[in-house]
Write a protein that binds this ligand. Structure first.
Ligand SMILES: [Zn+2]
Length: 151
């Protein structure tokens, strides 16, 4: 029995995924004094639930994903990946970099079928053909306002 890959909407309907992404966004200090790129893998566990596994942050403007040519990370099926673009100054690009796009095209097992890039303004999606689309405003996708109203 082969698992169907989830749709982008299915991943973003997961409270666990959104919660982890929101924590990564906050930890990134997006637009702040000490921006740090954060992110990780989106996986499907044995109970078919989606969640995120954060990777250790290392730099203000990059994040390393370990190569997972078998499509697994810590024994769980990789269905996607995400990282923040926390540098909001005018000299920094907000949209996915050519390197981000290349990874989704050339390393689909590692990056998963859905790669998300989270900037201060917009929340981007990259598919395995390298097509970039804007999912929506980051504050809306991550429900940042709701968090402030209902801590
Ligand atoms: Zn990037």
């Amino acid at each position: 029995m082969k698992n169907e890959k989830p749709t982008r909407s299915e991943l973003l309907a997961s409270r666990s995924v959104i919660s982890e992404m929101r924590q990564a966004y906050v930890a990134s200090d997006v637009g702040g004094l000490h921006p740090t790129e954060q992110g990780g893998f989106l996986v499907r566990d044995a109970q078919a639930n989606f969640t995120a596994i954060r990777l250790p942050a290392s730099a203000s403007d990059s994040l390393s994903f370990p190569l997972c040519s078998n499509g697994l990370f810590q024994g769980q099926e990789i269905v996607g990946s995400f990282h923040t673009h926390p540098n909001a100054g005018p000299e920094w690009r907000q949209e996915p970099s050519p390197q981000d796009i290349r990874l989704s095209k050339e390393y689909p097992e590692t990056m998963g079928v859905h790669q998300f890039v989270i900037s201060r303004e917009d929340f981007y999606h990259i598919d395995n053909d390298g097509l970039v689309t804007v999912v929506g405003r980051t504050a809306e996708v991550l429900k940042l306002g709701d968090e402030e109203l209902n801590p």
